[in-house]
Design a protein. Structure first.
Length: 120
């Protein structure tokens, strides 16, 4: 059992998460319910991290093969869909944003879903 002040590194947490899902009977609902019961600020930070994983898996230089190809393709679709919706949001929010200007902004590598989430 871990001590209260003994924190996992990011790498260790990824290993623990991997161990959790490496069982077809893992408790997905328990994880989801536990996640959604966290403090709202922590949920925001946790979700931002999940989105950063999606962004990384979507990158063109992400290494994949037949075992995780669907993850890569799904992540790319999620990011592409976010970009389309973000362009719509920008254009409808102000006269400043033309569709062309919004597309240019969204296609900038610095503009990502995780970056659009406020820190609280």
């Amino acid at each position: 059992m871990r001590e209260v002040n003994d924190k996992l590194s990011g790498k260790e947490l990824a290993e623990e998460f991997s161990n959790f899902v490496n069982n077809f009977g893992h408790d997905s609902e328990g994880f989801i319910n536990g996640f959604t019961r966290q403090h709202r600020t922590l949920q925001q930070s946790m979700f931002r991290l999940i989105i950063k994983v999606v962004e990384r898996v979507a990158e063109d230089d992400y290494s994949f093969d037949g075992r995780n190809r669907q993850s890569h393709e799904t992540a790319k679709l999620l990011i592409e869909g976010w970009k389309k919706e973000y362009v719509k949001k920008l254009v409808s929010s102000s006269d400043f944003w033309s569709e062309e200007k919004a597309l240019e902004q969204v296609n900038n590598q610095q503009v990502k879903p995780s970056g659009s989430m406020n820190f609280i």
